[in-house]
Design a protein around this ligand. Structure first.
Ligand SMILES: Nc1ncnc2c1ncn2[C@@H]1O[C@H](COP(=O)(O)OP(=O)(O)OP(=O)(O)O)[C@@H](O)[C@H]1O
Length: 300
């Protein structure tokens, strides 16, 4: 059985205008899991809860086998690299190198060669004050900082925010290399579909404080398809709706139905058995799948 790096069980947080959870979610060790969801869906709030930077109103969490919010958390927090969504502007007046000197004292595993290599690859000059770095430069510096102590777990909140396309490619490459030892884990939040496609092994969809589903990426793309099916009459719609995997059926032009399926192989089998012909098929994009899940309204 797969080892679990992060576990949330019945986690809730109640705020005046926002309710997070209940969240039940296991993040497997050794893989990249990406959370995607619209603005305000609770991705950053979940990261803050995991790091004990805010408290839940219900539920339990564990990271790397340690319960969150209990006892001395210094030893397991040293095994985590956390890149928060926004830079800490209290650091604006210090140089990158000063911040690195401060941070490295915390981490026995700090690898000065790796740190220098990451700065070189990102073309970041750490002698510049953090407040004087451009947004993208600062993001790259912060990425180098969270990776240089070789954490077991990376929590990345919108890591590519502000990166240009070249820096973005470097980041993808650096994160792939980070995962090479095989026992490391990344949990990331991202709005960048291409980034999720390239990096993630598992995808978690989130909206309005709720988890809408967790899927293995390749399986998701194999199963979630749009199928176009010519149909003779209106009563065919009813038949199509009852087929396995079918979520939506709508008219797409005269005599042509557009079917959204979350299990295309099964739907196709049923279509063929019922003598329908399949005009065309296409795999759905992540944002389309998110939209369907949100419309389905699987909210508590
Ligand atoms: N419709 C809304 N209008 C304004 N604020 C909202 C709305 N929905 C949620 N929020 C706010 O969003 C907060 C949750 O945001 P959080 O940063 O955790 O989400 P996120 O998924 O990381 O969002 P983003 O993608 O924008 O970074 C809640 O505290 C709530 O106040």
């Amino acid at each position: 059985m797969e080892k679990v790096a992060i576990s949330l069980a019945g986690v809730e947080q109640h705020r005046a205008h926002f309710r997070l959870g209940p969240i039940d979610l296991d993040i497997p060790e050794g893989y990249v899991t990406a959370i995607i969801g619209p603005n305000g869906s609770g991705k950053s709030s979940t990261f803050r809860l995991l790091l004990d930077l805010s408290k839940p109103d219900a539920g339990q969490m564990s990271i790397l086998g340690h319960p969150v919010g209990q006892g001395d958390d210094r030893s397991w927090k040293r095994q985590i690299g956390y890149l928060q969504e926004e830079s800490d502007y209290l650091d604006n007046s210090i140089r990158g190198s000063e911040k690195a000197t401060f941070i490295r004292k915390w981490y026995a595993e700090w690898d000065v060669n790796l740190y220098q290599d990451l700065l070189r690859r990102f073309e970041v000059d750490d002698s510049i004050k953090l407040g004087k770095m451009s947004k993208g430069m600062r993001r790259k510096f912060e990425l180098a900082l969270v990776i240089a102590h070789k954490p077991k777990l990376l929590l990345l909140d919108e890591p590519s925010s502000g990166l240009d396309p070249i820096a973005w490619r470097s980041m993808i490459d650096i994160l792939h290399r980070y995962m090479e030892p095989g026992d490391r884990t990344i949990l990331m939040a991202s709005h960048i579909i291409d980034e999720v496609r390239r990096l993630a092994d598992y995808i978690v969809f989130m909206a309005r404080g709720q988890i809408l589903g967790k899927y293995e990426k390749d399986e998701l793309f194999e199963r979630w398809h749009v199928l176009y099916v010519p149909a003779a009459n209106d009563s065919d719609r009813g038949k199509l709706l009852t087929m396995p995997g079918v979520i939506e059926v709508e008219l797409a032009g005269v005599g042509m139905y557009r079917i959204v399926s979350e299990d295309a192989p099964q739907t196709e089998e049923a279509l063929q058995a019922a003598q329908f012909t399949i005009g065309s098929r296409q795999a759905m994009q992540l944002d389309e799948i998110l939209q369907v899940l949100m419309q389905r309204g699987v909210y508590a």
